[in-house]
Design a protein around this ligand. Structure first.
Ligand SMILES: *Cc1c(COP(=O)(O)O)cnc(C)c1O
Length: 395
């Protein structure tokens, strides 16, 4: 650290010159996060001094966190569910599996060996971190050709050490949605804890279903679902860090009880202690401001733009590896890695799933508008030409 601090202008200009290296959102087609809604930015800034780790001070902010939880709970079919706003999907998944492990320990009077959790091979990598942290042995079920969990195979993995099943409602890799209705049936039949990771799909599926998309239910309307992860900082249009965890039953949430040193202070029910109230305020603001219709329109726009992207790619002879369920497109492409690298040199960010290293993965979110798509398709043509790859046609 410098002994004498720099003038404000110097600090700001060095930040500015580094931030200029950040790729603008209008050239980003790999991210399930997006430029936050302007109201989120405003409210987050206004709430910078808040800390939800101390709700005796931030009573009003806490009240709005409760309201945001109820609003999202209603979206998930249970306004009265218990929940918290957290730092993201990783923390939400951690809290869910922490609860599942505690519940199993209590019910069984201790665990005889390492607990097991059943998940599909497409489960988010955050869950791998959590398995490590909690000493859980993963039991991995395969996926079918549409990249959805094979529930029959999952069922065959159930044994006396199983403490939970995880289904993903919108994988971040492909946007595929596991058969949560079947998983719920299995959870009820075998009396298992079912956690649904809807970090990506939570703000898409309810609206997409209303738009007539053939997507399954994934929420508390299914009796087997014990907890749900949902990320406002993805398709919820809120800034980072805004995640959320929901429990069907407050008794489940109360298994997370982290006491502080101090008398008469509330129990912490999140992993973070000091935590940003601004993100809770921003989440509340966007939910109230957009309302159901606002999210419905945002979802419609994303699907329309995705259809436009697919149409332009198909007109060039590209084909999709799987039909997209949410707003993620997987495109067959020879030399995909080289194309991605060249595009990155040109400041276009796309990604490739390791599972399909011969495909591009393109994510459509609010910032991916038609002009962005047009510019991207042009850049893709350019990259193919530069690499001497046959472009099969033009539209
Ligand atoms: C993004 C994501 C996560 C992890 O969430 P973070 O907010 O990055 O911590 C977990 N699961 C799924 C399905 C996701 O899309």
């Amino acid at each position: 650290m410098r002994r004498k601090g720099l003038p404000r202008e110097d600090v700001l200009s060095s930040i500015q010159s580094s931030r200029e290296k950040d790729v603008p959102w209008t050239r980003v087609l790999n991210s399930i996060c997006t430029r936050p809604h302007p109201l989120a930015a405003e409210v987050f800034q206004e709430g910078l001094d808040t800390n939800l780790g101390d709700v005796r001070i931030f009573r009003g902010t806490h009240e709005l966190e409760r309201r945001a939880v109820a609003l999202m709970g209603a979206l998930l079919g249970k306004e009265s569910c218990a929940g918290s706003l957290v730092s993201g999907g990783t923390e939400a998944n951690l809290l869910a599996l922490y609860v599942a492990r505690k519940l199993a320990t209590q019910r069984r009077g201790g665990l005889s060996g390492p607990p097991e959790v059943i998940a599909a091979e497409t489960v988010h990598y955050s869950v791998q971190k959590i398995f490590d942290l909690l000493g859980i042995t993963p039991r991995i079920a395969p996926v079918d050709a549409r990249l959805r969990m094979d529930v029959k195979a999952a069922e065959a993995l159930v044994n006396e050490r199983t403490i939970a099943l995880i289904g993903t409602a919108g994988t971040s890799e492909f946007g595929s949605v596991d058969p949560i209705e079947e998983l719920s049936r299995l959870a009820v039949e075998r009396d298992l804890y079912l956690h649904v990771d809807a970090a990506t799909g939570g703000f898409i599926i309810p609206f997409a279903r209303e738009l007539g998309r053939p997507l399954p239910r994934f929420d508390f309307s299914l009796p087997g679902v014990a907890s749900i992860t949902m990320d406002p900082h993805k398709y919820g249009l809120v800034n980072v860090p805004a995640g959320a965890i929901f429990f069907r039953d407050p008794a489940l949430q109360s298994l997370i009880s982290l006491e502080s040193f101090f008398a008469r202070t509330p129990t912490h029910r999140t992993f973070l202690g000091t935590r940003p109230g601004g993100a809770a305020l921003a989440t509340y603001a966007v939910l109230e401001h957009l309302g159901w219709d606002g999210f419905l329109e945002a979802t419609r726009t994303n699907y329309d733009n995705m259809a436009y992207l697919v149409e332009r790619l198909e007109a060039r002879g590209h084909s999709l590896r799987v039909p997209p369920e949410l707003n993620i497109v997987i495109v067959d492409l020879p030399a995909a890695v080289q194309v991605m690298e060249l595009l990155e040199q040109w400041d276009w960010i796309i990604s490739i799933s390791k599972r399909y290293s011969d495909c591009l993965r393109l994510v459509v979110n609010a910032h991916v508008t038609r002009p962005v798509i047009d510019a991207f398709v042009e850049a893709l043509d350019g990259a193919m030409a530069e690499l001497g790859l046959a472009s099969c046609g033009t539209d």
